[in-house]
Design a protein around this ligand. Structure first.
Ligand code: FAD
Length: 283
């Protein structure tokens, strides 16, 4: 299908983008277009104005500020996966970004676009949740920060106001943590039926701390706090890990669809969480 007609604005600063969104009857930001353009073609959305962020240089790039990793919203998945800073300070994000879609998608799609789109099957929102990301957004009144737990509020819905732009994502450094992103999908480049993001800090041969979040077991990323608590202080053995990961599906709300039943997804949550932690620790 052909999208409904819209006006196009190419912003060169965040302020220009915010002003254009505020002036529009129904404005939408255009980032990499990998999710938005299919949505427009299917006429699931009909914005009157598209505000393109491709020319906003301040939204690109990766920096280290006061010990935290700061990633501009328009940084592509390929740039995130290849960044030495991300590989060192957020190795889980670098790993997961390399599993998003195919090469073309990774070179057009952006971190900010994936997080703002809030698709329950997307990989990076769960990673951001596991890594305690802070989202920095800008609107007419200036900037504000939103914690990971409060950003995604429902299916394809975030705390972003219609005239706000996601500017950057801040991640506390997890340099040295053992990490793995376990993605169960039908074909090598397809979306996750269930995914598990795991970051684990070793401590005297055992597990000192764990951060676990799941993709596609509910409308928003699921932080598996019960599993994290059970893993903390446990020995780094397959048996102890499997026991701690038993309740991985507790508190999830997976859907039944053509890819898998809800029960199957709950079982995947348990199996994949165990596998992700074991692979992260190499046991
Ligand atoms: P766009 O499509 O441009 O925008 C998406 C939405 O976010 C729009 O509503 C837009 O208004 C909003 N938005 C974008 N940027 C901002 C911002 N800075 N501030 C405020 N709002 C903003 N994703 C996965 O996670 N895993 C996969 O395996 C996967 N496979 C894919 C396979 C294919 C074939 C395709 C086409 C996509 C796939 N994706 C996958 C989605 C991909 O990751 C997209 O890049 C991502 O979902 C959207 O990023 P984008 O930059 O293209 O955003």
């Amino acid at each position: 299908m052909i999208p409904v007609a819209f006006d196009y604005v190419r912003a060169s600063t965040v302020e220009e983008a915010v002003a254009a969104l505020g002036a529009a009857e129904e404005g939408k930001v255009l980032a990499g277009g990998q999710s938005l353009l299919p949505v427009l073609r299917l006429r699931l959305a009909a914005p009157t104005v598209l505000v393109d962020l491709a020319g906003v240089a301040q939204l690109r790039g990766v920096h280290l500020r006061e010990g935290a990793l700061v990633i501009g919203a328009m940084t592509t998945h390929a740039e995130v996966a290849a960044s030495d800073l991300v590989r060192e300070h957020a190795p889980l994000l670098a790993l997961a970004a390399g599993t998003v879609g195919d090469r073309q998608v990774r070179h057009r799609g952006t971190l900010g676009g994936s997080l703002a789109h809030a698709d329950p099957a997307a990989d990076l929102p769960a990673v951001a949740a596991a890594l305690d990301a802070t989202y920095v957004v800008q609107g007419p009144a200036g900037r504000r920060s939103i914690g990971a737990a409060d950003f995604a509020i429902g299916l394809f819905t975030t705390a972003l106001a219609p005239d706000e732009v996601l500017v950057e994502v801040r991640l506390p450094s997890t340099a040295g943590w053992a990490v793995h992103y376990e993605k169960f999908h039908r074909t090598s480049q397809s979306w996750a039926i269930v995914g598990v993001a795991a970051a684990v800090r070793r401590d005297n041969g055992g597990i000192g701390a764990a951060r676990i979040a799941l993709t596609n077991v509910g409308p928003v990323p699921h932080r598996a706090r019960t599993v994290e608590e059970a893993l903390t202080g446990a020995p780094a053995t397959p048996t102890a890990i499997a026991e701690a990961c038993g309740p991985a599906a507790a508190g999830t709300a997976p859907v039944d669809d053509l890819s898998a039943s809800a029960d199957y997804r709950r079982e995947l949550a348990r199996v994949l969480t165990t596998r992700a932690v074991c692979k992260a620790l190499g046991v």
